[in-house]
Ligand binder design. Structure first.
Ligand code: XBP
Ligand code: MG
Length: 258
């Protein structure tokens, strides 16, 4: 049986609830700075999350919602410029510690490292955003916890395409049966499953709670903590009240022995 060797983490929605008050707020600050009357409400942003990637999301908004914008000779550069400023505002907010890690994330990562497992990141967001979140929520040493931080435009196709997970595993020299993926969204589950990863743990959040997680091993409301139990939406905790490495190994062994 393939041994569990690595935990692969999505970032936005999984490591931290970054979308509503982090990314969405940063997009709106960039739009305001550019003099655009665009404002992504909490509800509209939930719809726009159907498109992964910030630049792709801005273009989708322009095409689908036809907001006003000044004539542009080079639309891709206009979008890239807006996104660059959005990333500036987002990393500034992360550096101020505005958004903490979700319960159980740091505990599970530290337990896995102590047990000799490897860690990787597979995310659609930019590397700068990952660096800012990890540095400010754990410390600069956290960047050395991961064998690979696969992020953003490093692959041609973003989630739900499998590219980012395939890239991460290739860089780690691992096959999918040696990995467990942690995700928060249907796009993320599709990406990990598309890369052949059987064991996918979903920790839903307010934006993703009602999505279709076909292909996931277990769906939870979070990883939980010893003093703050998590609840399964599907799958079982086999008598445990929070996700620890033993439970992850149980799900992995069950998946690879199927
Ligand atoms: C979620 C995404 C990202 C963020 C915005 O990434 O789709 O696009 O919404 O970040 P994850 P950028 O795979 O971590 O869930 O503006 O940097 O794309
Ligand atoms: Mg996510």
């Amino acid at each position: 049986m393939d041994q569990l060797e690595a935990l692969l983490f999505d970032v936005d929605g999984t490591l931290a609830d970054t979308e509503r008050d982090g990314h969405r707020a940063a997009f709106n600050r960039a739009f305001a700075e550019a003099g655009l009357d665009w404002n992504w409400s909490v509800e509209l942003y939930g719809d726009l999350l159907a498109v992964t990637g910030g630049k792709e999301r801005i273009r989708h908004f322009m095409e689908e919602y036809s907001p006003a914008w000044p004539p542009q000779d080079d639309l891709p550069s206009f979008i890239a410029g807006l996104h660059k400023r959005k990333t500036h505002f987002y990393t500034e907010a992360m550096r101020q510690g505005e958004i903490p890690l979700r319960p159980g994330v740091r505990r599970l990562m530290e337990e896995a490292r102590a047990a000799g497992l490897r860690l990787g990141i597979a995310t659609t967001t930019t590397p700068e955003n990952v660096t800012a979140l990890l540095t400010c929520s754990i410390g600069p040493e956290a960047l050395n916890w991961f064998d690979v931080i696969a992020a953003g435009d490093v692959v041609p196709a973003k989630k739900p395409a499998p590219d980012i997970y395939t890239y991460a595993m290739d860089r780690m020299g691992l096959g999918p049966a040696s990995c467990v993926a942690f995700e928060d969204s249907a796009h993320g589950v599709a990406s990990a499953a598309g890369a052949g990863i059987d064991t996918i743990v979903v920790t839903v959040n307010d934006y993703t709670r009602d999505q279709d997680f076909s292909g996931a091993s277990v769906v939870l409301d979070g990883l939980g903590e010893p003093d703050a139990p998590c609840a399964p939406l599907s799958g079982e905790l086999v008598g445990r009240e929070f996700v620890d490495l033993a439970l992850v190994r149980h799900w992995h062994e069950r998946a690879v022995s199927r």
